[in-house]
Design a protein around this ligand. Structure first.
Ligand code: FES
Length: 102
């Protein structure tokens, strides 16, 4: 699901980028955040902590969209740009300590 037409914005065609979500190969567009690429693929649940969670602020100010990306937990996917070949997983809980970058 993507906005295709808008009264004041133009959407130029963008290069497709492959990435993986829960082991499934998907595609996003160059310039997407991880969250926008997931939403374009109809994926709304990004994290599970006590209940399913999805986008909330969409500007990097909360913790609703934390996911595991390339083995790194607690990535705010609403502001993290999509890169080719990324491996994205639903994060359950707070993520595993010791797997974070130091
Ligand atoms: S949705 Fe709030 S930080 Fe991403």
């Amino acid at each position: 699901m993507r906005i295709q037409q808008h009264p004041i914005l133009n959407f130029e065609p963008a290069e497709e980028i492959p990435f993986y979500f829960e082991g499934k190969k998907l595609t996003g567009k160059l310039g997407d955040t991880i969250a926008s690429a997931l939403h374009a693929n109809n994926i709304r649940m990004l994290r599970h902590e006590h209940r399913p969670r999805g986008l909330f602020c969409a500007i990097g100010n909360c913790a609703s969209c934390l996911m595991e990306v390339d083995g790194r937990p607690n990535v705010r996917v609403c502001v993290e740009k999509l890169r080719p070949g990324m491996v994205v997983k639903i994060q359950k809980g707070n993520g595993t300590l010791g797997k974070e970058e130091k």
